[in-house]
Design a protein around this ligand. Sequence first.
Ligand code: AMP
Ligand code: MG
Length: 332
Amino acid sequence: MQTRVLEIDEKSLKEAKNIILEGGAVAFPTETVYGLGANAFNGKAVENIFRIKGRPNDNPLIVHVHKDYDILSLVSHIPEYAKKLAKEFLPGPLTMVYKSKGTVSSAVSCGLDTLAIRIPSHSGAQQFLKYVNLPIAAPSANLSKHVSPTASEHVYSDLQGKIPLILEGGRCDGGLESTVLDCTGDIPVVLRSGLITREMIESCVGKCGEYAYKDGDKALSPGLKYKHYSPNCRTCLFDSSEIKSALEAYDKERANGIKVALLCDNNTAELAGERVVLKLGETQSEFAANLYYLLREGEKIAELIIAIAPEGRDGIMKSVINRLSKACGSKL
Ligand code: AMP
Ligand code: MG
C-alpha cells in the first residue's frame, strides 16, 4: 500500500472520508500528537487499528469528535463537574472518560463499560472530524511502544505501507498525549497526566483525584501498565542534580566509540561544551513540545541518548518527567 501525505483541503478531506467510510485508517494531526483514526462504529475498522500499531488488545482507544458532536449519543451520563470542565478546557488536550451508552463498537474500549472522549482543538483535526462527522477511535499514530509522533514524518517512518493517508498538519505544538480524566465518579480523577494539569482541574471544579498505577493493579486505565514512548536506541536518565555524572558517562561511552547524544534543557546544554546535544528549550511548554521530537531526532544520530531531567516537578513538569522516565527510565 502506498502511503500519501496530503495537506488538508477539500480534496484530501474527501479522500479521508472515503477511507474512513470503507473501514480504513487515516492519520491526522492534533494539538498533542498525531492520531491514527478509524470509524468507532465499525468493529473491524477499530480492530485494524490495533493490528496496524501492534497495540495490545486490552489497551482501549480514545474516541475523537468535533466540537458540535452530540456526545450524549455516545455516553449515558455527563456529571455537572464534567460540563464545567468541558466549558473551560474543550476543545483541548483533555480526554474525559464516561459511562458508555454502548453505541460505538465494543472493540474501542476493549470491553470496558466506559468510553474515553476527546475534542481536539487543532484546526486540522476539527476539519477532519467535522467533515467525516463520525466518532473516530484514534490512538497515537506510531508503532506500539515507539515514541508518539509529533510530526507527519514520524507517522510516515512508522506506518508507511500500512496506511493509505496521512493528513499533514505541521508540528504538534502541545507535544504530549492528552490528560485522561475519569468522569464516572463523584469527583474527577486524573488517570494519565498531561498539559491540562490536576491543579488546573482543581481550580475549575474544586476537587480532583489522581490515580497512581501500581504493578499488578487491575488497571482502571489499562494503557498505564504498558511501557511506552521509547526510542529505538539505548537510553538512560540522570536527575538535574547529577549533571557532572551525566557528562562523565557521555565521555566514557564516547571514548568507547559509542555515538552519544545528550538530551537536556538549554541552560544545562551550556555546560556540555562540544558534546552532541539535543536541546529541549527554556520553558516548560518548550520541554513538552520538543521532548518526543528530539527523542526521534536522537535515535537517528545516536546509539545512546543520555537524558538529564530538567528541574521542576509541578504543573506540566509532572507530565514531562513522567514521559521522560518512561522513555529513558533506566540508569546506565
Ligand atoms: P493512546 O491512544 O496511546 O494515547 O492511549 C489512550 C489512553 O487512554 C490509554 O492510557 C488508555 O488506557 C486510556 N483510555 C482509553 N479509553 C479508556 C477508558 N474507557 N477508561 C480508562 N482509560 C481509557
Ligand atoms: Mg500512544
